[in-house]
Design a protein around this ligand. Structure first.
Ligand SMILES: [Zn+2]
Length: 207
């Protein structure tokens, strides 16, 4: 039989931040991968030797396995963000199971191991999503600082939101797909070196 790690407990709410020692922060990118933006984000992270989390949608991941492998090869965490980005609490149990299960399957087929983290689209969780997530071996992770980059507020505003929100344990939410994400790409190039200068250790949670 294949090795399976113990299933996590059924949570009642998602994690909003990460615990760790020192000035640890987590950068996370949702909704991808998108070949228009994800490669630039990966390249910037690689330039600074920084690891991040990518919560991918199954319907995107299935078309871009090469980008998934690139994420994993660089040490990033690939998490489950559902198949088609629905509002989970509006779905019947069978659809929630399919949305999360099919996405975990694609990640496992591509990378050789199933994801250990998931994030509900729109941050809309319900009890069933916690139960099904745990059954699939995943912990729920939300975020602390929302850059609202999908509203395209301008690169400077995104940079400002990250630097203002920076603190130990903070999880930053951005998006590498779902629209024009060139501001997200440019903002990362600006705030990443500044966070590092300020002494933040940008990494991924341990599980
Ligand atoms: Zn999303």
């Amino acid at each position: 039989p294949r090795f399976r790690r113990a299933l996590p407990p059924v949570r009642q709410r998602p994690f909003l931040r990460v615990s760790g020692t020192g000035n640890t922060m987590v950068l996370s990118f949702d909704d991808g991968p998108d070949p228009r933006y994800t490669p630039a984000i990966l390249s910037t992270l690689r330039q600074y030797g920084v690891r991040a989390m990518f919560f991918v949608c199954g319907e995107m991941a299935v078309h871009h396995p090469d980008l998934l492998r690139e994420m994993a090869d660089d040490g990033h965490v690939v998490g489950n963000h559902s198949w088609s980005h629905p509002l989970i609490p509006k779905l019947p149990p069978s659809r929630i199971r399919a949305e999360l299960g099919k996405t975990s399957d694609v990640i496992e087929r591509t990378l050789g191991s199933a994801p250990l983290w998931y994030r509900a689209p729109y941050g809309a969780w319900n009890r069933l999503s916690f139960e099904i997530g745990a059954e699939l071996g995943m912990e729920p992770l939300a975020w602390t600082v929302d850059t609202l980059d999908w509203k395209e507020p301008g690169t400077a505003t995104i940079v400002d939101r990250v630097l203002t929100g920076a603190a130990p344990g903070v999880v930053v939410l951005s998006h590498d797909a779902g629209g024009d994400r060139s501001q997200t790409v440019r903002a990362l190039r600006a705030y990443l070196p500044r966070l590092l200068d300020e002494g933040y250790h940008l990494t991924v949670p341990r599980r």
